[in-house]
Design a protein around this ligand. Sequence first.
Ligand code: FES
Length: 355
Amino acid sequence: MPKVIILGQEEIEVEAGANLLRVIQQHGYDRNLPATCDGRCTCGTCAVRVLKGGDEVKPCEKDLLKDQIEKKWRLSCQVLVEQDIEVEVPGYEVAEALEIEPGLLADILDFAADRLVFHGNPLPSGVGLKRLKDLRRRVDEIVAGEADPADYRLVRQILLELLERDLVKEIPSKHPFTERTVEMMIQAFEKRIPKAIEEREEVLTYPYFLYVAFAILFFLLGGLSIYALFVDAPLEQTATPTFTPNPEKAPWYFLGIQELLAISPNLGGFLNSIAIGGVILPGLVVLFWLAIPYIEPYLEALGPRGRRGLPPGRRLSERPVTVALFTLSVLLFVALVVIGTYFRGPNWEFVLPWR
Ligand code: FES
C-alpha cells in the first residue's frame, strides 16, 4: 500500500488511488485548506506542496496555480495517491522543505515599514525606514541565502516580533501563509544564516585584499616620491649640543604625548605625575584600541541595540557606543597635537598663533 508522508507530521498508509485531499481531511490536517468547491477544481483552496511522488498535473490545476506549479504546488483534490508521496501541508510546514516565497517576505517588510510610518511603532523597535527599504529591495538575495548575517538577524527579529505581538494575521498578502509559516521562515532563515556566514568566511583575504592593500601602498609611495621632488622637507639647521631651541618640540606625531606630559603635572591628585601623561594614559588609549574587537559586544550592550538584546551590527549606526568612544579618543589625540603644534611657544607657554 502506498504511503502519504505529511512532512514533519506522520506517515499514513492508504489504498492505491486514494484522493489526497480526503486523506488530509480524514487525518485532520486541513485546518488551512477550506476546499470550498469540494473537489470540483474551481476554488484553488486545497493547495499543498507535493515534494515527491504524485500523478500528472491536471489542466485545471495549471489554470488555477499558474507558475506555482514549478514550486511543486498541487491542488490536493486532484492528486491520486498511486505510490509513496511526500506532502507539505500549509500550517504544518517543515523548515527543511519550506520554499520561502520572496513576495511574502516583501509583504512582511512592507507591513513593518507601514507600522513605522503610519503607527510610529517600528518593528522591531529602533529599526529605521531606510534599513527596511534596503531589505525590501533585496528580498530575492535574502531568500537565496546570499545576504549578510546582519540582514538575516534583522529579518529574524522582525518575524519574531510579528509573532510575539500577535500581528501575523494583520499582514496583507496574496501569498498563502499562517503563523506556522512565519515560525518555519524563522527556522529556515536560521538554517541559512550559518551557511551564508560560512560561505563568506571561507573567502580568503589573500590575494583579494592584498591586491587592494598593495595598490594603495604603491600609489601612496609614488605620490609621495613625486611630491618630494618638488617640495623640500622642512628641516631646521644642523643640531648642536651647545644650543637647545626654545621651545623644543617633538616630531608632530609625538606632540600629543609631549602636550600630555606638559599638562599632567598640573592636573593634581593621582594624575600629578609624568608617568601618567607620558606612559599610562597613552598606553591605556592604545590598549583600548587593541581591545575593541574583543570588548565591543560588552560596550554595545549599553547602546540602543544591546538594550533590545541585539548583537552589534556591521554598520556605523549599529555600533554607536564603540564608534563614539573611538572617535572621541582620536579627536582627543588630534586636539593635543594641534595644541602642541600651534599653541605652544617659548618655555612651553600657551600662545595664540595669530599674535
Ligand atoms: S477543493 Fe477546490 S480546487 Fe480543490
